[in-house]
Design a binder for this molecule. Structure first.
Ligand SMILES: [Zn+2]
Ligand SMILES: [Zn+2]
Length: 319
């Protein structure tokens, strides 16, 4: 914990007085140096945190979509180039020149943060800062993954990992009418999965692979947010021929059984349009993040709790 000056904003930027910021497993990966080889963080020291809500405190030159005091949120996609083939085709989340909140630029584990006005979102009035914060990473990440899983009524989907993102994957999958099988190693995750409407919760802390496969599969789609190569392989095996496995974590995917025409698709956060859709669904109370609040000063303690599996769904730091 350190005192730093209030950041100075530039043209088309907004200074946000942070009200809440979710604590993501990827924050923990970065802080522990797991992603140094991937160039993350891009600078050091850095302020982590990428699911941020708060109030506009100051406007840079050329910002007309916001005024001081507006309630806003910021997602991991801090900025995009707006010109590359991906930005021009609604896939700005894979822009090659994107900046990532809390990984390449300072994020929200702080009292103030700078945001790019083109990537700031108005918060619906009926959502509090703390409950809205998880929408900006787990919410949009889960939404993007569920879209790619091609779900609808009558489809069966297995969700691997019921944590910050996984619990929202279950909510969106249920919203699409799919039958959900929650797969987790923790009793906390299994209970949460059932609470959110999973028709079955498969405990993979005991038993063996063949046994798990029988209980999980065959499913039309599978979605993996548990950072485990073993579970990614299990997900692919549990998926029917022609089905899709969506992966949102770093894993090895091994051999792809092409003769079964299975597809494996990566998914990372989402576009501004996706974010707007998530905020609308939350405002309409179709989805609700599950979270616990902690004071910002407890950030290090919360990261330790996350590491040792003591957080239910999502921890949110509040100011
Ligand atoms: Zn995150
Ligand atoms: Zn771009």
């Amino acid at each position: 914990m350190e005192e730093v000056p209030i950041p100075i904003i530039g043209r088309r930027q907004v200074l946000v007085k942070v009200g809440a910021c979710g604590v993501c497993r990827s924050n923990l990966h970065m802080i522990e140096g797991d992603w140094v080889e991937k160039g993350v963080p891009a600078k050091s020291p850095i302020v982590p945190g990428h699911e941020v809500t708060g109030k506009v405190a100051e406007l840079g030159e050329g910002v007309d979509a916001f005024k001081e005091g507006d309630r806003v949120g910021i997602q991991p996609l801090w900025s995009t180039c707006g010109r590359c083939e991906f930005c021009l085709t609604g896939r700005e989340n894979i822009c090659l020149s994107k900046q990532i909140t809390g990984e390449t630029v300072d994020g929200g584990f702080a009292e103030y943060m700078v945001a790019d006005a083109n990537h700031v979102y108005h918060l619906p009035d009926n959502l509090q800062d703390a409950e809205a914060a998880p929408l900006f990473c787990p919410g949009i990440t889960a939404y993007g993954a569920v879209k790619k899983a091609e779900l609808r009524a009558g489809k069966r989907v297995a969700v691997f990992g019921v944590g910050g993102v996984g619990h929202m994957v279950i909510e969106f999958a249920r919203l699409n009418g799919a039958d959900v099988i929650a797969v987790s190693r923790s009793s906390r995750g299994l209970d949460l999965g059932k609470e959110l409407g999973a028709s079955e919760a498969v405990d993979i802390s005991k038993g063996d692979r063949e046994d798990w496969l029988k209980r999980i599969g065959p499913v039309d789609s599978s979605i993996v947010f548990a950072p485990s190569t073993e579970l990614a392989e299990l997900a692919m095996r549990a998926t029917k021929p022609g089905g899709v496995t969506v992966i949102g974590v770093f894993v090895e995917i091994g051999t792809l059984p092409f003769v079964e025409e299975k597809r494996v698709v990566g998914s990372v956060v989402g576009s501004r349009q996706d974010m707007a859709e998530v905020l609308k669904l939350a405002s309409d109370r179709k989805i609700r993040p599950v979270y616990e609040e902690f004071e910002l000063e407890k950030a290090n303690e919360v990261l330790k709790m996350l590491k040792t599996g003591r957080i239910r769904a999502r921890a949110v730091l509040v100011l």
